[in-house]
Each structure stands twice: as structure tokens, then as C-alpha cells.
Design a protein around this ligand. Structure first.
Ligand code: GLN
Length: 555
């Protein structure tokens, strides 16, 4: 009997979750960088040998950001398992080098959908279904899901929006309940703004005091305050914030404006954010956060030996968030080549035959961005023709690859009006056409070809040397594809399909013969580039742009 009890005890303790839950909320204004603070904290914990994952809870009603216009929400980031998610998940992966999944991004829409589905199935056994407890229970379930089976030591949950918004209330209430249930397994980090009033030459703490008061009204006392500021916080300000906001002075963390998001983990280490979290969760802080390879990266980023100008051609150029992952991938690739990529954003709608030389004449590489619909597509095609004819390194991603196919059909194969059926359904030469399985799809949300698919690479191609692999896996987000009826004529004339899906035979990569670097990919390599592992295609593209610029100088 005694042995049995002991055994039961050990067994139970083995399955009991020990995961710590860190919540990151925001006050005063949006855009304070909650995503970067969350990613930096996770990086520091990872650098101390702990496992950490980050989750974003978004208080809007859309089921996911897949149907949102980039003007609304920036880039839609795609995970390995095909979830269309918030762009902050891109930062999480780029910092941690660990893939995320659907469970890492949940919206109010998804929470309600799940509760309503349960209600329709009769799961609530006649109860009145309410925000509390049913919606808050569902939120708590989504948070705890990542902590199941002790997969992670830390689950960091970032709450989108700003505290005080009506729509984020159920999330703050869920945090209050979890803090109550889990005690010191929960820590709340509140990110606020300390504005500097130039006229008074003073940093002001009042907005932070009010924001913390709002949290307290909801029953949540933040444990740590991360204060975004343009000037350093002196001891006096820290003590004042601590006193008014009920936290210790050591828990007032300065988050000063900085030149690169990649410096933030180091700044947070200096401010001891990770130590505060470990102290409050009663976790060992014996070793220190070992970030030497991160520091090497940052050093190379800030002290480039070369510079190269690369054009990013797209229709959302005024909105840097729309191409977040591509821009970050170019930064990673530049850094690994000890080169600063001087990015020239070129609006595809503005490109004409008369101004193309002015717009693209000074660049050493042209990247044509992904996209949907007709707007700006002719400008993208013209930019590709310019890159092809002038032998400027060209990288086409998704729609960029499709435009390269159209350009080749029109200007090399003489197929007038060749197009994608997405833009010209009745084109006489549908070189890009809707995928067979997409023809019957009518719903918009989550119905594209999404997530990771395998691709077999032809040996003796340029990309085979770049990847140095026969099989790769890359993430997708599209409905249209290269029309294989045209494969033969393309191949005969020098545009080669060098990557295929082994199951469906869909063309995944095209390459041009007799060109220094002309690669189009149907997938999105930018979703897989991280600080620790810059994407090989981006690295090689930047390298070839550097070679091109060197050649220009020598000629
Ligand atoms: N609109 C194109 C398609 O759906 C390309 C999509 C993209 O660039 N992500 O196939």
C-alpha cells in the first residue's frame, strides 16, 4: 500500500505541469514593441538553457489575419502547419529559431467560433453561455494548451491591443483568473510609454500610472513594468514609477529607443528583465544568458564592410510592415555577407517604360514581391524584363515568380497577352492558372495552398548548389501555379523549372539560363530566414548583387 501510494505520487508529479506563464500587456499606446520585448525575453530565457515559446492573442473578430488587407495589419505570416498569423510570429521565429504553429496565434474570432460550435453541439448542457466563464475559459484553454506535457519551461503570451480597450477586457480577466489559480507560475509584464516633453525637458510618468491603475481596476497587478522611452530613466524616475505603480524599483525596466530590433535582447539583459522573471517564478538563475553568437551577428550588422542597393518592387511600399519578413531576410542575408543592404522601395504602380531607368538604373538586385490582384502587376512585369535584359540579379517570390513567367511568355516566347488567370481569366495564354483543387473553393479564409510542402530540386541547377540539398521544404500561400502545359516551350527557350512538388508535380522554382542570377520561387522563403539561420536563397541573392555592383564599378 505504501509503495503504491509513493508510485502514484511520483507519477502524478511527473505529469503535473510546471510551465510558467508570462503575460505581456501594453498600455498608453499601441506600437510600443510588445512583440519585440516578448521575443527578446524568450531569447534571453532560451540563452539560459530554458525552453520558451511565444503566443499572440489578438482581440479582433477576424478568425485570422489571412483575409486582412496589409494596410490594416501588415504582413500575414505563415507557419509550418499552414496557419495564417500575425506578423509578430515572424519575430518570434527569427529570434528563437524555433517554428511556431496555429496554437501560437489566437484571435477573439477563433475563441468565439469555438465556443459557439460547442454551444451548437450541446456541450454546455443547457447553461447560459457567457463571456465569463465560457469565453474566458476558452482563452485560458488556448493559453494552457502550449504548456501541456511540460513541452516548454515558459509560455510567453502577448496580448494584442492596449489595456483599457473594450475588446481586450476578456483577455485581462483571463489573466486575472490564471494569476489567482497558478500563483507564482504567472508573471505579468506591462509595457508602457514614458513620454518626453521637450518644452518641460522632462520624462512624464503619469500615463504609466494611469495605465497601471486601469490594470488594477481589472484586478491585475503588473509584476514588471517595461517602460518605452527616448531618454534614459534616472533613479528618481524609476523610484517614482515603482512607488506609484506598486512594483519594486528593480522591476522597472527601461526600454530605450534603439537603432535595431536585434539589439533589444542585449538591452533587456542589461536591464535584467530575464532575472526579474526568473526571480518572480522561483526559477534558477545560476547560469547567465549566453548571447555571443547573437552579439557576433549584431556586430556584423552594425559594421558592414560593403553596401549594395537592392530594389524591392511591390505595391505596398509606403508600408514597411507589409513586407516585414522579406526585409528582415535581406538584413540576415546582408549580415552574413558583411554587407549593408540599402533597400530601395519601388512602387510597382509607378513603373513606366519612360521612368524605369531612373527607378531601377542604380540598383544591383531586383526583388519582386508577392501579392494578389491586378494592381501594379504590369509594373512588376516591366521590372522583371529590365532585370532579365540587363542581367541584373533577380529574385521573384510567389507573385514575383508568376510575373517572371508571364514576362518570359510575352517577351521571349512572343505570346501576346500571356497572363495569369487571376488577372485575365480569358487570356489566350494562361501560363499561370488556378490550381485544380482550388477550382471548387469558394470560401476565402484559410483555403489557399498553405504551409510547408516538400520540393525536389533538379541537380545541376543553380538552386541545387545554393541549397546543397535534393529535397527542401518551404512554406506556401497561393492559389495559382505555373501551367505545366507550357513547360516544354519554356524549357526549350531557356527558362527552366528546377524545383517540383514530388507528389503533385507543381512547379516550385524557375531559373533562367544565360543570366547571372534569375530565380523565381512559388513559395515564401522569407518565412524561414532567422538570425541563427539566414535563408540560403537570400544569402546567395545578396552575394550575386554584390558581385554585380563590383562588376559595374570595374567595367
Ligand atoms: N496571387 C497569387 C496566387 O494566389 C500569388 C500569391 C502570393 O504572392 N502570395 O497564386
Amino acid at each position: 500500500m505504501y509503495f503504491f501510494k509513493t508510485f502514484t505520487f511520483i507519477n502524478m508529479s511527473a505529469v503535473e505541469s510546471k510551465t510558467k506563464y508570462i503575460f505581456v500587456t501594453g498600455g498608453v499606446t499601441s506600437s510600443l514593441g510588445k512583440g519585440i520585448i516578448s521575443a527578446s525575453l524568450a531569447k534571453l530565457l532560451q540563452a539560459r538553457g530554458y525552453s520558451a515559446t511565444i503566443q499572440k492573442l489578438d482581440p479582433y473578430i477576424n478568425i485570422d489575419p489571412g483575409t486582412l488587407n496589409p494596410y490594416e495589419h501588415g504582413e500575414c505570416y505563415v507557419t509550418e502547419d499552414g496557419a495564417e498569423t500575425d506578423l509578430d510570429l515572424g519575430h518570434y521565429e527569427r529570434f528563437l529559431n524555433v517554428p511556431t504553429s496555429q496554437a501560437n496565434n489566437v484571435t477573439t474570432g477563433r475563441i468565439y467560433q469555438s465556443v459557439i460550435n460547442k454551444e451548437r453541439q450541446g456541450d454546455y448542457l443547457g447553461e447560459t453561455v457567457q463571456v465569463i466563464p465560457h469565453i474566458t475559459d476558452e482563452i485560458k484553454h488556448c493559453i494552457k494548451l502550449l504548456g501541456e506535457d511540460n513541452r516548454f519551461d515558459f509560455v510567453i503570451t502577448e496580448i494584442g491591443g492596449t489595456v483599457g480597450d473594450i475588446e481586450s477586457l476578456p483577455y485581462v480577466e483571463a489573466i486575472r483568473q490564471l494569476k489567482w489559480e497558478l500563483g507564482n507560475r504567472c508573471v505579468v509584464i506591462h509595457l508602457t510609454l514614458i513620454p518626453y516633453l521637450a518644452a518641460a525637458k522632462e520624462l512624464k510618468t503619469k500615463p504609466t500610472q494611469h495605465s497601471v491603475k486601469t490594470m488594477q481596476e481589472y484586478g491585475v497587478q503588473p509584476d514588471i513594468l517595461v517602460c518605452r522611452t527616448e531618454k534614459h530613466l534616472n533613479e528618481g524616475i524609476r523610484t517614482k514609477i515603482a512607488l506609484f505603480c506598486n512594483v519594486s524599483t528593480a522591476a522597472v525596466i527601461e526600454s530605450i529607443d534603439t537603432d535595431s530590433i536585434y539589439r533589444v535582447p542585449l538591452l533587456m539583459r542589461e536591464e535584467k528583465l530575464d532575472l526579474q522573471v526568473l526571480k518572480k517564478t522561483k526559477m534558477s538563475a545560476n547560469c547567465s544568458a549566453e548571447l555571443s553568437s547573437w552579439e557576433v551577428f549584431l556586430n556584423r550588422l552594425q559594421n558592414p564592410v560593403h553596401t549594395v542597393k537592392i530594389a524591392l518592387v511591390g505595391k505596398y511600399v509606403e508600408l514597411m510592415d507589409a513586407y516585414k519578413s522579406i526585409i528582415e531576410s535581406l538584413i540576415h542575408a546582408g549580415t552574413s555577407n558583411e554587407c549593408k543592404v540599402d533597400l530601395k522601395m519601388v512602387h510597382s504602380e509607378h513603373i513606366t517604360n519612360t521612368n524605369i531607368q531612373t527607378l531601377l538604373g542604380d540598383v544591383s538586385g531586383i526583388l519582386v514581391a508577392p501579392g494578389f490582384g491586378e494592381r501594379g502587376i504590369e509594373g512588376k512585369i516591366s521590372a522583371i524584363q529590365y532585370a532579365r535584359v540587363n542581367k541584373i540579379p533577380f529574385f521573384g517570390i510567389c507573385l514575383g515568380m508568376q510575373c517572371a513567367t508571364i514576362e518570359f511568355a510575352r517577351n521571349v516566347l512572343g505570346m501576346d497577352n500571356a497572363h495569369s488567370t487571376e488577372v485575365l481569366p480569358k487570356t489566350p495564354h494562361p501560363v499561370i492558372d488556378i490550381m485544380e483543387e482550388q477550382k471548387k473553393v469558394s470560401k476565402k479564409g484559410g483555403t489557399m495552398r498553405l504551409g510547408a510542402y516538400e520540393c525536389k530540386i533538379e541537380s545541376n541547377s543553380k538552386v541545387s548548389a545554393i541549397y546543397n540539398k535534393d529535397f527542401i521544404s518551404e512554406r506556401h500561400r497561393h492559389r495559382f501555379e505555373f501551367n505545366n502545359n507550357y513547360l516544354e516551350i519554356f524549357e526549350k527557350n531557356g527558362m527552366h523549372a528546377v524545383g517540383f512538388n514530388p507528389d503533385s508535380n507543381l512547379v516550385e522554382i524557375i531559373e533562367l539560363q544565360n543570366h547571372p542570377w534569375f530565380v523565381g520561387v512559388q513559395f515564401h522563403p522569407e518565412y524561414k530566414s532567422t538570425v541563427a539561420s539566414p535563408h540560403p536563397l537570400f544569402v546567395d541573392f545578396v552575394k550575386s548583387a554584390m558581385e554585380y555592383s563590383q562588376k559595374e564599378i570595374n567595367d
